[in-house]
Design a binder for this molecule. Structure first.
Ligand SMILES: Cc1cc2nc3c(=O)[nH]c(=O)nc-3n(C[C@H](O)[C@H](O)[C@H](O)COP(=O)(O)OP(=O)(O)OC[C@H]3O[C@@H](n4cnc5c(N)ncnc54)[C@H](O)[C@@H]3O)c2cc1C
Length: 401
């Protein structure tokens, strides 16, 4: 057994040992406050067991292992329905930025360790009503104010802002420059005067996303992460820091085996649905497609093992797997007939077809909308010409709204 296989076994054994305390069954019927308290205890247990910050610098509380070890742990963790959602953005996106770009290194060390222990949560304040796919379209303003800055504007879609202590934020410091310039990157205290967080409900019933308003929020210059006007470049660099994460060919929905089981139980025209040629063909096609995605993931992991960089083909994963999850969930609901109308808001996406179908559209947008992934595939894999960019080089305040 090589080192990585041994690590996988160790991770699985640990996860099995804590699943009765933190897994889905243990959390059934909990309020969000209770669930978050359990999630904090789970994150602390991970830290104590050496499974937090797996590929991070030991000086910042990490384990100093490779990104591959981290992906292996995530692949195992995914099958246990652990309460790790509260920390997805915090530890996956925002805290690595603090670790890399914070000016005060001792403060950064304290924040990173507190986040790894589950004591503090960070959000990512990038998207706005006027800037999502086109991040450089944002309008939130950071104006010089004495020795620091004053923040005004609105963010949208901020995951777990209502539970966050801090956020990383990008704001426009100079509207006279072209849109990719004139942006600066900061951190913000989510409890500072002038910060208002308003959760809103998604179709699947959960309210983990928010609108966040900033009214004359004061920032010190020490809260700046990027050189003035170079926030876009820094933001792009941050997206590359934690780029290796576990993918799931089922798009984080129910596995194909569950569909096969359902097709055995449900009837079509008085016969088990599994006997219908069209259903069998969909099963075969989904199997082939998911096997292809698995092959891409295996290839990427082998490349990482050999010290190489996986290519842009990883962008196929979310695009193809989430679309497939949405289609298969819809078909499963149809097969279930009137039972397909029953819906349990707390159901686990990997077990429940209705919950999986209802939340699939948001997954096709979050973390890069389908069309943006198609653009990446067109430009980076197929080598097609770049998308037309009519606002390139034009001062931001002269671009028609
Ligand atoms: C559940 C969820 C959680 C999120 N969490 C966060 C978070 O924590 N922090 C954060 O900052 N953001 C977050 N987001 C926001 C997310 O990053 C944006 O929704 C996403 O980038 C799309 O931006 P938009 O909503 O402004 O849509 P738009 O960019 O306006 O896109 C609308 C449609 O137009 C298409 N489109 C846009 N540009 C092009 C183009 N050039 N070519 C072809 N088609 C195009 C898009 O694909 C899409 O279908 C979250 C979103 C969701 C759904």
């Amino acid at each position: 057994m090589n080192d990585l296989d041994a690590y996988r076994e160790k991770a699985r054994a640990w996860l099995e040992s804590v699943a009765p305390t933190f897994g889905k069954q243990a959390r059934e019927g909990m309020s969000e406050d209770e669930d978050l308290a359990t999630a904090r205890a789970y994150q602390r247990a991970k830290f104590d067991a050496g499974f937090a910050g797996i590929n991070w610098d030991p000086e910042f509380g990490g384990q100093g292992l490779t990104p591959l070890h981290k992906v292996i742990f995530e692949q195992e963790e995914m099958t246990f329905a652990m309460p790790n959602g509260y920390y997805g953005v915090s530890l996956g996106i925002s805290v690595p930025v603090v670790m890399r770009f914070a000016q005060d290194r001792e403060w950064a060390r304290e924040r990173v360790i507190a986040a790894l222990k589950g004591e503090e949560i960070w959000c990512q304040l990038f998207s706005e009503p006027s800037g999502g796919s086109d991040l450089a379209g944002i309008r939130t303003k950071a104006e010089p104010d004495g020795n620091g800055w004053k923040l005004n504007g609105q963010k949208l879609w901020t995951t777990w802002a209502q539970r966050s202590d801090y956020g990383v934020i990008i704001a426009r410091n100079d509207p006279n420059l072209p849109k990719h310039k004139g942006l600066t990157f900061f951190w913000v205290d989510m409890h500072a005067p002038g910060v208002t967080v308003r959760p809103f409900r998604l179709a699947a019933g959960d309210s983990h996303v928010n609108e966040v308003f900033f009214d004359d929020v004061k920032l010190t210059d020490g809260q700046r992460f990027s050189p003035v006007g170079e926030g876009f470049k820094t933001a792009m660099a941050t997206l590359m820091i934690e780029r290796y994460t576990a993918s799931d060919p089922a798009g984080f929905g129910p596995p194909l085996d569950h569909f096969v089981e359902l097709a055995r139980e449900c009837e079509m025209g008085g016969r088990p649905a599994i006997e219908d040629g069209r259903i069998r063909s969909i099963i075969a096609r989904t199997y082939a497609m998911r096997s292809g995605l698995e092959a891409i993931t295996t290839r990427a992991m082998r490349m990482m093992e050999a010290g190489m960089e996986p290519g842009p083909e990883g962008s196929l994963n979310k695009l193809v797997s989430v679309r497939s999850r949405q289609k298969l969930s819809e078909l499963a609901i149809d097969l279930m007939g009137s039972l397909g109308l029953a819906w349990d808001q707390d159901a686990w996406l990997k077990e429940d077809w209705v919950a999986s179908w209802l939340s699939a559209p948001t997954m096709r947008i979050a973390g890069g909308a389908d069309e943006m992934l198609l653009n990446t595939i067109a430009e980076k894999i197929l080598g097609l010409p770049q998308d037309h960019r009519p606002d390139k080089g034009i001062p931001f305040n002269q671009i028609p709204a």
